[in-house]
Design a protein around this ligand. Structure first.
Ligand SMILES: [Zn+2]
Length: 357
């Protein structure tokens, strides 16, 4: 790949991964994506919930919806203690065991980023029984260095302020990158690159790239977006669960790194239409793109909500495998990303073959 293109790809992945976008607070991600996609489409609009839709008109008025969600799991300040500590409530599916002892970034009322430590009582003072038990989320507190509630409020923190565990995006080696929120900023990045790749092409179907809000709290943005878009065909682009790690048997590994994008046959939100699954697999073979099937039934995706819009849509999921999603930091392979872009672009060019136009 041309060096310049690779650098642009990495810079975009970094910006998207590091952007603050807890479900319901996607503004920063949306602004970034808007700038990226505007040159490649005919129209960009934002709906009442905050979904960003980038529209590229095709020969047909029938629509292909490509969806990636902008939101990430995070937290919300639920109370401020007299001594200046914060308590937080989870937004989305956290594993409480892995939350303690990270650094937290809180977004204040004025949009400033405030740092804090997710504190726990020190091991020295715990009884042996207490040490054996993981902390519950409600036991955790965030220490921003303040000494009173008034001081915290002066910093612009309120009940309802959103927060994330934030790590910088890193390149691990030639193959792999590591960062937060790859679920689903990697899908957003794939979608931006697909629009870029199609810039000079006339498509058969009208393409609506939907960058959705609030997937992590119940596929909320995609549901209302699909209602407006009325897609004939749709594909949700995800950063999905890879579990090719020590201690996990093959039957419980939904996907593995390095085997190409994953085609979903079934997850907890949908059963993908077999002819869509077969079409994706055939396209991958024709394009010379490696692919894998995601082992059912793990995870849920926007495709589940899109499929059930109005009279129904032919909807599926294509994912970039990512290890450690729904944790503070995930690992992904760049070749899987590249192959997801190639397969999705091919799908956008040929999705009309699934319909009788
Ligand atoms: Zn996701």
């Amino acid at each position: 790949m041309a060096r310049e293109r690779e650098e642009r790809r990495l810079a975009r992945l970094r910006a998207l991964s590091e952007a603050f976008g807890v479900a319901g607070f996607e503004d920063e991600v949306r602004a970034l994506i808007r700038r990226e996609v505007e040159p490649y489409v005919d129209e960009v609009r934002v709906d009442a919930l905050g979904n960003l839709m980038a529209i590229k008109r095709g020969r047909s008025s029938k629509t292909l919806m490509l969806d990636a969600h902008m939101d990430e799991i995070g937290f919300m300040v639920s109370s401020i203690e007299e001594e200046g500590f914060l308590r937080v409530a989870p937004i989305g599916g956290w594993d409480a065991r892995i939350v303690p002892s990270h650094a937290m970034t809180i977004k204040t009322q004025t949009g400033q980023k405030l740092k804090g430590a997710i504190g726990t009582p020190p091991p020295h003072i715990l009884t042996p029984e207490e040490r054996d038990k993981p902390f519950k989320l409600e036991e955790l507190f965030v220490d921003v260095g303040a000494t009173s509630r008034e001081e915290v409020e002066r910093l612009g923190v309120r009940i309802g302020s959103p927060a994330v565990i934030a790590y910088p995006f890193e390149r691990l080696n030639e193959r792999c990158v590591m960062g937060k929120a790859l679920d689903d900023r990697v899908g957003c990045a794939v979608l931006v690159e697909v629009l870029e790749a199609l810039e000079d092409e006339a498509l058969e179907l009208t393409l609506v790239a939907n960058f959705a809000v609030c997937e992590e709290v119940g596929l909320r943005g995609a549901r209302t977006a699909a209602f407006q878009i009325e897609p004939a065909v749709a594909l949700a682009l995800e950063g999905t669960v890879a579990a090719d790690v020590p201690g996990v048997p093959p039957t419980r590994r939904p996907t593995a790194l390095g085997k190409g994008p994953a085609i979903t046959v079934m997850d907890r939100s949908l059963i993908a239409p077999p002819r869509l699954v077969e079409f994706l697999a055939r396209l991958a073979q024709e394009e010379g793109v490696p692919y894998q099937y995601k082992v059912p039934p793990f995870g849920a995706t926007d495709a589940g909500a899109i499929q059930q819009t109005k009279g129904g849509a032919l909807a599926g999921v294509l994912s970039v495998p990512c290890r450690y999603i729904h944790s503070p930091v995930s690992v992904m392979r760049l070749d899987d990303f590249e192959n997801a872009v190639r397969l999705t672009a091919a799908f956008a060019r040929r999705a009309h073959e699934l319909l009788e136009l």
